[in-house]
Design a protein around this ligand. Structure first.
Ligand code: 3PY
Ligand code: MG
Length: 268
């Protein structure tokens, strides 16, 4: 399987993924079989332990679905562990400006570009037996891992050019939900839509792969035509919730008194 970062540039069409919030091997297999190209295992908004993330990274990567991890904050410790577990990349939430992007991404680059630590004996180094040895572990960490800055604040939209120019920002992902809060505009409003479009345009001009959250065919086509290279549809909890609600709603509407023919027993 080509590294996710390479897919961002070489795939014929934008790659499609979803957020993962449920620490379950069963759900992981179901989503893998459903045909997603990548997943974002979400430690910002879901109560996943490092061990949960580890299990999900292993299963998804074994299924050929690129596992990205959205980290909780701008720190080093857990991100290093996810990368050493073999995550295809990290999404860093709330990168507000170029200075923050520089300081954060440096932690996920090996020296001399940054300060990431050597963990060759970990899973990403095939437990110390990676063909190509430690040099290949470091090369893959620099060149294959995707360090993705999330653009989800007014300040980051204003500094988008600066963020896109930071070494180690391998892609950007625009979060319309937080952008709506930061702009003080309703979700889905023209102001939020236009801010997302401005960021996509800037990323396309800078040659940096860009992705965002999409809903429905029209929006998927629009963002793809604008130049997005990765698109995120929904999340596992939302899919379970919708299916559960559809099932109960079908059952309830079939059981309303008007829908039920009186039975012989009820008539007696
Ligand atoms: C946002 O929209 O704020 C995100 O983080 C992605 O869903
Ligand atoms: Mg967000």
């Amino acid at each position: 399987m080509a590294p996710f970062r390479e897919l961002l540039r070489s795939a014929d069409a934008p790659v499609v993924g979803t957020f993962v919030k449920i620490p379950s091997l069963e759900v992981a297999e179901i989503l893998g079989d459903a045909g997603f190209d990548f997943v974002v295992i979400d430690t910002e908004h879901a109560l996943l332990s490092v061990r949960d993330v580890y299990g999900l990274v292993v299963v998804y990567s074994r299924m050929g679905v690129a596992p990205l991890v959205r980290i909780t904050d701008h720190g080093y410790g857990d991100a290093q562990r996810y990368l050493d577990a073999g995550a295809a990349g990290v999404l860093v939430p709330h990168v507000s400006n170029a200075r923050q992007a520089r300081e954060t991404m440096r932690q996920y680059l090996f020296p001399p570009a940054g300060t990431r630590g050597m963990g060759y004996a970990a899973r990403a180094g095939r437990w110390g037996h990676l063909p190509g040895g430690p040099a290949e572990y470091v090369r893959a960490g620099q060149e294959d891992v995707a360090r993705i800055a999330m653009i989800e604040e007014r300040e980051s939209v204003d500094d988008i050019g600066g963020i896109l120019a930071v070494p180690g920002v391998d892609a950007v992902f625009i979060g319309p939900g937080d952008l709506s809060l930061s702009l003080g505009e309703p979700p889905g409003s023209p102001a939020v839509h236009d801010a997302v479009t401005r960021c996509i345009d800037a990323a396309v001009r800078a040659g940096v792969p860009v992705g965002t959250v999409v809903q429905g065919e029209e929006q998927i086509r629009l963002r793809a035509e604008q130049g997005c290279r990765f698109l995120l549809v929904g999340n596992d909890t939302g899919m379970v919730a919708s299916a559960a609600r559809a099932a109960t709603s079908t059952a309830r509407s079939a059981l309303t008194p008007t829908a039920l023919a009186p039975t012989a027993g009820a008539a007696r």
